[in-house]
Write a new protein. Structure first.
Length: 731
């Protein structure tokens, strides 16, 4: 049985709007068609319910006889031999306004939609819907038809059909769209992939209508990559439900609403999209931007696609922005309706995002503390280049960042200084590889914006009438920042050039925090500043969040703070200690604190992560080897203890005797120097006059090297080998 008998009987008995039956039992052709359709509905059984329905239909004719019906039924051979099937009955009935009746024992939405879907014809992707053709967009593969009506399924987040959109052409040539009975609008969606395959997506673009969905898909995903899904939700009233469901199910995916926009502030699509974005602040909104608007002909991305092309659509999508919540002084913010926790309970929280994975979260306001000359500006510029190029910061601080736009405002260093630092950074990041340097240069050229402002007013907060207030520069920065595509970071440094209030006043410094927060809220990205440490912190030479100069309100208001500290002579002894800086995260609200990250400056100032202790060990080993060789050249040979006692406190080593003795032992174990008994030394070098007791072990340099008052022994290695052989024979 291929269809519901009650639906079949209802369809052949349907009366159209003019009061006529669409299938007339007095017409031989209609009787024949009904019999053909009944037989196709259950071709494996000669008798049964469908034969009874067809017989009952034929009995309504004045010409009916048992023989007439029997002969007609017997002449039909089943579905394959009949041109008219049960689907033909349903198509004709649909075109005449029929719809399947509700079953008295089942009123569920699923059963009603399943009935309509089962009655339709599966076109297997071969059907070209007239509506889609009129819009110059492809017909979806899962589209079906019944008569002249196109059926487009909408799904819930779990992939179940919960809504069917019916589209048909009216008498005046326009198209009418209406949801089938039992459809559920809330939460209904259809994507460029089936919901079962949404797990592949890293990015969702949410639209209202079918035409808009297709236009955006063709513009931004012409290769139909699985990592991007464009979704239609039917209407703007469904944007919040679908967006919340997607955010809950896929918290790490990027979500963009491509809204309809009539070009006025009260446009329903725009208002609905911005409302969702304010409730879910990690969502971005894209607007269709037309060169010239022409009323209702320029309201959505499909209109933009047809008028200005795919590139115009793609640019608008990439320029999607986060919506900054409005804080009008006259607005009553403190209302219970604004405190509803539905936005927290109805979906999963988004995963924490990072500017630098596992090190700097986003979006936050943060800062880097340090004394003057501790390389704060260099570290921040290198961070800016790291984000712009999508490469590791300082050779491996944190994980690999996603590339994006960066604004860097330097209020102390001029163009020449920034130029030198930028060149050193690019060369350091490229590891001396020319092709890599070219690629990094082009990425930084595309993504990094640098403003140098020494001697210019860049105050974000200034004091007026004894009260600190934000200046117009805050809005200017925001206006500039939102023009940057895929902005990831804003750096403004230092605080001393941005703040016109009293650094020691908590209220004034809180206004500074609010100014930075307003930039973060408007841009949706991390905002970092540099700030000096206090004199007490400089004297103590330690790192903690209390090191910041002025009121603690600044650091208290930040979510992430690090401190740069130049190494001291105890920490770095093998080379100038000023080349080294220690990077400590002293406050982090959203990620584990990391301390003791060491950075070493190259000759041109490029900072790269390194281990001063490992470098010191290498240097100590080299110093031990060179000192042993130099003393041997001068005719002096040391025991391990004697060497340590002689040189432990020297400038070359600056360590305790026992510590140096352990380093010597390590050099011997690594075959960097030798330790031989006196008798063995005199056998190899009879010219050496030693004053040590027999059995004493002496330190010798490795070959090849000079020995005995500068006299070169190029055959030293051969002498060592010969001595080993002689000792074996004597044993």
């Amino acid at each position: 049985m291929l269809c519901n008998p009650q639906h079949f009987q209802s369809a052949i008995q349907h009366i159209d709007s003019s009061g006529k039956r669409i299938f007339n039992p007095d017409t031989y052709e209609d009787c024949l068609h009904v019999c053909m359709a009944a037989k196709s509905a259950n071709p494996d059984t000669e008798d049964g319910i469908f034969r009874e329905i067809a017989n009952e239909f034929a009995q309504a004719s004045e010409k009916y006889t048992d023989k007439f019906f029997h002969d007609m039924w017997a002449s039909l051979k089943g579905e394959k031999n009949n041109a008219y099937t049960y689907k033909s009955i349903f198509s004709a009935a649909y075109d005449a306004g029929w719809s399947p009746p509700r079953e008295p024992d089942n009123h569920t939405i699923a059963s009603m939609l399943a009935t309509e879907w089962d009655l339709s014809e599966d076109t297997e992707g071969m059907f070209k819907c007239p509506y889609h053709l009129s819009k110059n967009i492809p017909t979806p593969m899962d589209t079906r038809r019944i008569g002249n009506t196109t059926l487009v399924p909408y799904y819930d987040i779990d992939g179940q059909i919960i809504s069917i959109l019916r589209i048909w052409k009216t008498a005046d040539g326009s198209y009418e769209k209406k949801y089938a009975k039992g459809s559920k609008a809330s939460g209904a969606m259809r994507g460029s992939l089936h919901p079962d395959d949404f797990d592949l997506a890293k990015r969702f673009i949410i639209t209202e209508g079918l035409a808009t969905q297709a236009a955006v898909e063709l513009a931004v995903n012409p290769e139909f990559s699985d990592d991007l899904v464009v979704i239609s939700v039917g209407s703007c009233s469904n944007l919040h439900t679908v967006t919340a469901a997607l955010s809950k199910r896929y918290p790490s995916a990027e979500l963009i609403i491509a809204c309809d926009d009539e070009g006025v502030s009260e446009s329903p699509g725009r208002v609905a999209a911005e409302k969702v974005a304010k409730l879910l602040p990690w969502i971005r909104v894209a607007y269709p931007e037309f060169i010239q608007r022409e009323g209702k002909a320029t309201t959505d991305f499909h209109d933009l696609w047809q008028r200005e092309g795919a590139n115009a659509v793609a640019v608008c999508i990439e320029n999607a922005v986060r919506i900054r919540p409005t804080h009008d002084a006259d607005q009553e913010d403190f209302q219970l309706s604004n405190g509803r926790v539905d936005r927290f309970l109805d979906f999963e929280p988004p995963s924490q995002k990072f500017l630098i994975p596992d090190l700097i979260p986003e979006p936050v306001i943060g800062g880097i503390l340090g004394a003057g000359g501790s390389r704060k500006s260099t570290v921040l510029l290198q961070l800016a280049c790291s984000i712009a190029a999508g490469l590791p910061w300082a050779g491996g601080m944190g994980g690999l960042p996603d590339p994006g736009g960066v604004i860097f405002v330097s209020c102390e260093d001029d163009d020449a200084v920034v130029h030198r630092r930028l060149r050193a950074t690019i060369q350091g990041m490229s590891d001396g590889i020319r092709n890599k340097e070219i690629q990094i240069t082009e990425l930084i050229r595309a993504n990094l914006y640098v403003l140098t402002r020494p001697g210019k007013n860049t105050l974000l907060v200034e004091k007026k009438s004894n009260q600190a207030e934000p200046t117009a520069i805050v809005d200017q920065l925001i206006k500039m920042a939102i023009e940057v595509q895929n902005l990831r970071l804003v750096i403004i440094e230092p605080i001393s050039r941005l703040f016109g209030g009293n650094e020691n006043d908590a209220a004034d410094m809180s206004r500074m925090v609010e100014a930075l927060e307003s930039i973060r809220e408007a841009t949706g990205v991390t905002v970092l500043v540099a700030h000096h440490i206090s004199k007490a912190a400089y004297r103590e030479d330690s790192s903690n969040q209390a090191s910041a100069r002025g009121s603690s309100a600044l650091v208290d208001g930040m979510r992430w703070v690090a401190q740069l500290r130049t190494a001291n002579t105890k920490e770095v002894q093998h080379e100038p200690h000023t080349r080294w800086a220690c990077f400590d995260v002293v406050k982090s609200n959203y990620v584990a604190i990391q301390n003791g990250i060491w950075l070493r400056a190259s000759n041109d100032g490029y900072l790269q992560r390194a281990d001063p202790h490992a470098d010191r060990s290498v240097a100590i080993t080299a110093n031990i080897v060179s000192q042993v060789a130099a003393d041997a050249d001068a005719g002096t040979f040391w025991t391990k203890r004697g060497f340590a006692e002689k040189y432990a406190s020297s400038d070359k080593f600056s360590m305790g005797r026992d510590a140096l003795e352990k380093e010597v032992e390590a050099c011997i174990a690594a075959d960097r120097i030798y330790r031989w008994e006196v008798c063995k030394v005199t056998m190899v070098f009879p010219e050496i006059k030693l004053g040590h007791r027999k059995g004493t072990e002496l330190l010798l340099p490795p070959p090849p090297c000079g020995l005995l008052k500068g006299k070169p022994y190029v055959d030293l290695r051969n002498r060592y080998a010969a001595a080993e052989e002689a000792f074996k024979k004597s044993a």
